[in-house]
Design a protein around this ligand. Sequence first.
Ligand SMILES: [Zn+2]
Ligand SMILES: [Zn+2]
Length: 440
Amino acid sequence: MVEYLFEPFLDLSNYFLEFYEYQKQLLSFIIWIFFIVFISGIIKLIQSNKTNNFEEILSFIILIIYRFSLIFLIFILFIIYTVFTPFNKIKLHPLINKINTDNYFIVDFHTHSFFSHDGIVSPEQNIIFHKKYNFNGIFFTDHNINEVNLIKKFTKKYNFYVFNGEEIQDKNNNALLILGCTTTLYLKSKNTEEIIKNVHKLGGIVIIAHWWQQKGFELEYFKKCNIDGFEVFGHTRKHLTIDDRLKLLKFCKENNFIMLNGSNWHGWGYKNDLWTLVKIENWHKYNDEFLEKKIIEFIKNKKTHKFINITLFDYSDNYYIYNNLTGFVFEPFLGIYKCLREFNIHKIISYFFWIFILFFSIKKYYKLNSRYKKTIKFIFNFLIFVIFLSFSLKFYFLWKNIYQYNKILLEISKTFLVISLFFSIVSLLLNFLKNRYYLK
Ligand SMILES: [Zn+2]
Ligand SMILES: [Zn+2]
């Protein structure tokens, strides 16, 4: 019910979460915002009929800066909401609902928590996220640390399988997923071969994570190092292209390497679009340790037929549109289309309801006298300040408990603090200038 009520907001954040080249797509939005504000300012200036008056020109510039900063900050607020709330639309692959859940164990081989320097979710939140997407278990692969024993103590109540993992950067910055070892290994920056040898001695296995991200090393190199398998789909800064994906799949099939999906979820608000199914009959009967050993054994013995990878990634939707500039230029319009393309009766009602509210309140606002308008503006600005400030505090207190492990939560807290102060100073200053110079 709540979902139906907030359809337009969910659609919009959903659309942002599906960004493919987010810097360029965001830039397109910002340029369009600036363009519209600028044009509306020009129209106002022409209507005032005093183009050679210095004060009019100055007031015009101030008005533009004011409007642009206001819209820009609201826009940022929305992006922040999108990135930091787990309030996503869940989309499952049709196969996920169809399979026999007693015989297929659904697992994510690559996830992070705030025990990673750059992770922002607690292990509990990570489990809740994965449960929503129908997973049965996950490997925690935090950077250079394995706190799974500690994590297990806090997550028993979730009825969810938690497995041992660690992500290590080798000497050449290749990301290696160590699975099945029960403690931190302290092998960071060692040779690939040396790391793999050590892990094998301890009964674990090593998978190359997002090979397409670094790509300095050919696939043959890892074969020589005696690697156990490859991540064939996942999320990193650099996208997996069709060519790289085909190359990876071909190599793995020819050499009988295990292929796995790993979300590399750090808590930043993207959606899940990948699953790996492991064929284990009546897996419900087993506990964490037993099941972990079984999966590791399958990988060790190259039982490739036991693993099925499922992804929702649609190349046609992203790859082709954003391979040329036109896609970026018309991004906001593309966004509207993406929000509206799947329409149904709930959506239509919800959209009309919000359009009506918006239209009605704008109309009401313009009829108010200027004293009320000022009060509303003040409350609005103050609210934005409070929201950013409370975000800052929230992330600070989250960080305080795990400061030995984590860096990014403090950085986020600081950023929010700066934004909240900057916003209040800018809005006060601009308001003062606007009142002083904008003669209307
Ligand atoms: Zn990371
Ligand atoms: Zn990772």
